[in-house]
Design a protein around this ligand. Structure first.
Ligand code: SF4
Length: 81
């Protein structure tokens, strides 16, 4: 499956398959690398209220926020977390 870029049209990628892949990557993330669950949820709550969130992606950096927030060393490009 090809990774969609910000210039992809919806018809050009399998959104459901990609969502599944992202969730699998979350499952595979090493425990040492993961942010504690409470911090992860705090970050996601801030993303939910952010004007840069669009369909799970951050418009400021193009990342999938659930992956970025899950990484202990992850940070928000707008310094919200
Ligand atoms: S990572 Fe930061 S800028 Fe991006 S959606 Fe989350 S809070 Fe907003």
């Amino acid at each position: 499956m090809r990774k969609p870029c910000r210039k992809c049209l919806l018809q050009e990628f399998d959104a459901d398959g990609y969502r599944e892949k992202i969730l699998k990557e979350l499952d595979w993330m090493d425990g040492e690398m993961r942010a504690p669950e409470e911090e992860y949820q705090r970050r996601l709550a801030l993303c939910r209220d952010c004007e840069k969130l669009l369909e799970g992606s951050c418009l400021a950096c193009g990342c999938y926020v659930e992956l970025r927030a899950a990484a202990k060393a992850g940070h928000c490009p707008k310094k919200k977390w």
